[in-house]
Design a protein around this ligand. Structure first.
Ligand code: DX5
Ligand code: ZN
Length: 233
């Protein structure tokens, strides 16, 4: 089992062939399915909900599903995603009136819990809940759309979050989401991330019916991650 998790964001997949697209990225070596939920309220876009998550499970997807909720409020929909087969459920702290309760609810429902930080959201939201998160997700773009450019100040924020995780002693994943490509994934890894969302970079690599179309892009990302690791060793 690799320590670096590559999580294609299905936001950039061909939704008319979603099951097949997910099968193909997983077959090409992706680890986790990143599932972007947008509500046209917390973010200015509208995507998919628990029905689609459930459909992927019924289609036969057994990989972890990482539900990134860009919705407000959050509590009512958490149990629905748990029943639909989510592995991770993350939410934005600004979208919950009671962050501690929402994190606890996620774990009570049997899922791994996480907080998501917009580019301008301070990490201090973590101060009293480090024991209640399994995942910290730093947005490297403003949420709502795929295909945006990586915001460079995320690298410093990643270093800060990595330090907080290491000092806490808890087993917490550090995920980054937005503008991740082959040419920047190495420095993102070196800044401390261990879970990498990529939407347009992966699904933009090909849209035809070739089931191996994602092999080379995922292999290229893995190779860059490997370089970061050999530098650290
Ligand atoms: C943006 C979403 C991302 C998005 C990333 O709000 O949370 O997961 O799909 O897309 P890329 O990798 O294209 O920036
Ligand atoms: Zn996302």
């Amino acid at each position: 089992m690799t320590n670096n998790l590559i999580a294609p964001s299905i936001l950039s997949a061909d939704f008319a062939r979603l099951g097949e697209e997910v099968d193909n990225v997983l077959k090409s070596g992706a680890d986790v399915v990143h599932f972007d939920v947008m509500d046209n309220h917390y973010v200015p876009n509208l995507t998919i909900g628990p029905l689609v998550c459930d459909a992927l499970r019924k289609h036969g997807v057994t990989a972890d599903i990482d539900v990134h909720m860009m919705v407000k409020p959050v509590d009512r929909i958490i149990p629905d995603f748990a029943k639909a087969g989510a592995t991770y459920i993350t939410f934005h702290p600004e979208a919950s009136e009671h962050i501690d309760r929402s994190l606890q609810l996620t774990r009570d429902e049997g899922c791994k819990s996480g907080l998501v930080f917009n580019p301008a959201t301070p990490l201090s939201y973590l101060d009293y809940v480090m024991d209640k998160v399994d995942l910290i997700l730093l947005m490297s773009v403003n949420p709502g759309f795929g295909g945006q450019s990586f915001i460079p100040s995320t690298l410093d924020k990643l270093r800060q979050a990595r330090k907080m995780i290491d000092e806490s002693g808890f087993d917490i994943r550090l995920e980054v989401d937005g503008g991740v490509k082959v040419d920047n994934i190495r420095e993102i890894k070196e800044a401390g991330a261990d879970m990498f969302v990529a939407g347009s970079a992966i699904f933009g690599a090909g849209k035809d019916s070739d089931p191996n179309q994602y092999d080379s892009i995922i292999a290229a990302m893995r190779a860059e991650l490997g370089k970061a690791e050999s530098k650290a060793a």
